[in-house]
Every structure is written in C-alpha cells, then in structure tokens.
Design a protein around this ligand. Sequence first.
Ligand code: ADP
Length: 503
Amino acid sequence: MAKEETMNTEVMTEETSLPQPRRSIAFIGSECYPFVKTGGLGDVMYALPKALAGLNCDVKVIIPRYHCIPWEYQEKMVYRGSFEMDLCADGKSYYVGIMEYVHDGVVYDFIDNDEFFTSGNPYLNLVDDIPKYCYFCKAALAALNYMDWIPDVIHCHDWQASLVPVMLRTQFAETAIRDAKTILTIHNLRFQGVYNISTIRYWTNLPDDVFNIDVFKTGYEDANMLKAGLAYADAITTVSETYAGEIQTPFYGDGLDAHIRHHSGKLRGIVNGIDVGQWDPKADTRLAAPYDITEVLEKKKQNKRALQEELGLEVDENKFVIGLISRLTNQKGLDLVNEILPGLIDGNTQVVVLGTGDAVYEASFRNFENWYKGSVCSCIMYDESRAHRIYAGSDALLVPSLFEPCGLTQLIAMRYGTVPIVRETGGLKDTVEPYNMFYQQGNGFTFDRYEAGLLYDAVNRAKTVYFTDRWHWDEMVQRNMAKDVSWEASAWKYRDLYLELRP
Ligand code: ADP
C-alpha cells in the first residue's frame, strides 16, 4: 500500500500525530551497524528499526554480543539479567546473558555467551556457525520471555535467525511469547545454513517431525535452517519486488525455488532504503568537502582530488573516476569487471576498488593496481570511512551483480550524487532507472544479460555522456541527489504488514 493511502486510513492522534495503533516489534538478526556490520544486513538492522520507531513502533533489536563490538558500545551496555537455558538433545544447557543499550528510541539487547561469541568476525565457518546460531535463536526467544517483553511481531533476518519461527511454534508454544507473529526476511538467499540433520537435531533438540522434506530436510541427510524458517514464518519478505519474483525461479532460487513458490502466498518484496542521516554528504565529517545538492558539482571535484591524493592516483579532476565498493565474491559480477577493466583504462579513466573477499578477486585487483599504477587503486580492506570518501569522490559506481537482492551501494551512490552503473537484476532493477537521453530522465546506466560486453557498453555509454554532454551528466548527478532513497516509504510498508499480521 502506498504511503499516502496508508496515511489516510491510519488514525492520527492529535497530541502525538503518530500513526496508531502502536505495535511492538522484536528484530532478531546476526549483525547491526554500528556494533557489527559485514554488509547490507547490518545497515538494514540499524536503519529500519530507527525508521519504525518514528512510526510509533516499539522496537527491540536482538543481536549476539560478539567480542568484536567496539569498546565504546560495550562500555555503555547495561546488564539486564541472565539465566541457564536447555539447548542440546543430550540436555546440555548454556548461559544466556542479556546486555542492553538504548539509542535513538531503539532498545538493543545483546545476547551474551563467551563460548559462542568470542571470535573477531561474526561468521567463521559452518562448523562453528551452526551451533552458534541454533543457540542464538533459542536464546533470543528465551530472553524475550525472561524480560517479559512480548512483541506483537518477531521480525527475523536471514538464516542465522531463521530457527526462531520454528522454535516459537514448537518449543515455545506453551510460553508467554506464543501469540507473537513471525516474519522472516531474506536478505540473501545464497546463504541458507545447511548442515547434516544429526548435527542440527543435536544443537536444537527440535522434535523429529520437523526434520521432514517440507520443513528442514534437503537432499538425503541435510537440514536447511532457512528452508525450515520459511515454512514456519507467518510472512516472508525479501528486499525488492524483482528479487521476490526471481527467487521463485531455478536460476536465482538456489535450490529453494520450489519451496518458495509453495509459500509464495505469504511472500512479498519491500525494497530497502538507506539511513539518510548516516549517509548525508552535507554532514559527512569524513569528506574533504561536504556538500548538498546546490554545491555538488564544485565540491565533488574537490572530493575527487582529495581521494586521488589519498589513494596515490594521478590527481586530475577531469578524469572519470569509477568506484567499486563490494564484498569480493562472484555474486557481485567481478568476473565481468576483470574482463573489461583493461579496456577501461584509456588515460582518462580511473578505477577505485574497496573490498575484501575471495582470494582470487583480491589477487586480480591487486594485479590491476600494479599494472595500471596511477589509474587503478585496489584497497583490499574493510574501511567504513574510505567507503564514504569513495562514494563522494567518484563519478560513477559499478554494481554489475550476477544477482542482487536489493543492493545498498547504488542507493548510497545516488545520495552522494554519483551515477550507478548496474545490471538489471533484483533491487538494482527496482531502484536505478536507466538514463534516457531523449527525455533526460533516469539515474544511471544499466544492462540486462550477464555479459562482459554489455557491461563494457554500459560504462562506455556513461563515459560518452560524461565527456561529451557534461551539462546533462551534471543534471543526472543532481537528479540522483534529489531522489528519495530513504526508508520512509518502505518503513510504512513494513508497518502495514505488521498491522496485517496483528490487526
Ligand atoms: P551486501 O549486503 O551483499 O554485501 P549491499 O550493497 O547490500 O551488499 O551492502 C553493502 C554495504 O557494505 C554498504 O554499506 C557498503 O558501503 C558496505 N561495504 C561493502 N564493502 C565494504 C568495504 N570493503 N569497506 C567498507 N564498506 C563496505
């Protein structure tokens, strides 16, 4: 339902002018900015609860208390309680501690257990991650009961939280929390939490009858945690409408397309936004020259020069700078980038890569930097501040993904007046309107089939407009900055869904 329609049907109270009725939502997921973030999920777990708090929702976010959470947050956490919880099939129980931190109207509860959450990185390997997230799902539900905070809706994110709907309807069916409704949001279908049945049965102690082909079972002896969550959730969402359609096909379905088609009646796509406070080029203290839409054309040149200096590139504001900020995995279309990159380096173009991931891509981008010193810079690292400066200092941002559930980098790019060059898949298709030179509309350059030649053509189309029609390029830069990429519209859609589940 569109926001305007919702506004009309909502009852607004005069004193608060907030939409009524109030709903309480527990967000359960494995990462959340600024505590711990490895990708877009971390951004969403931060920005959506904040946006919902502004729509009269009472929001609690539950994540693990990893050791890597910066001390500045750890020291502000307040001990909320602790208890022992039965977990395993042999009756082994574990400590659950709850640490709390409140910020911007959102309550963050961290599940504390040194045995599971000691590592620096939230994700290690499945051998460690499967027990960790079995524990986490059960501990999150038990913590809600312990705190006597019974939400209307429990909103779970990705496979790490996908046992919550299953446990709620089985192990917690007779407890205080039983009436809560569940939503499972798929941020990336590639990751499903698959391991052998006996291990997952041991770590969850779930009843035998859920290990059947309709819930957990996949292949001969494996259990798929995401599949089980999808079967038990009251509603399923994913992060764009196009991706909601794509995952019902074999190519994008990662083996779950038939299961998702079966449950498609409760599936919908709601596109992500970004937190426009977190990503605000005018208030961004990490930039050499912060800017708004009236200053972008001049200030972007300054940011570009500062970026070139920082990265050891030839300092020249007339170069066309292409940014790429990404996990380095084959999902992100890097095979296409590797194929075309030598062809892009023509003396007028520079490429800046920021990312970590598969060794093969890290090595290839390092090689490109060596071969094209001064024109290519590959920052093989995770660096939040540098990401901001690349968004601001680049002219274009490349997102040629093989598949992309939503993608946030193209949204951030537009907010920073940078032109996205994207493949028409998932959320990229839903958020980037192709440039139309006849009507002077659109936000970026797009291509459809996953082919290097088509990506090359899209980049060259962008370069042609940049070098030969700067007036219209600059208009697109400003159009992008004016585009609404905030959570506003989508937060309303989630709120509508909560009200549908709990009228
Ligand atoms: P995904 O969730 O698939 O990794 P998204 O486009 O949804 O991709 O989100 C990526 C988020 O992670 C963006 O906020 C982006 O700026 C950030 N990011 C990705 N790689 C890096 C990196 N190496 N350094 C800093 N930020 C990064």
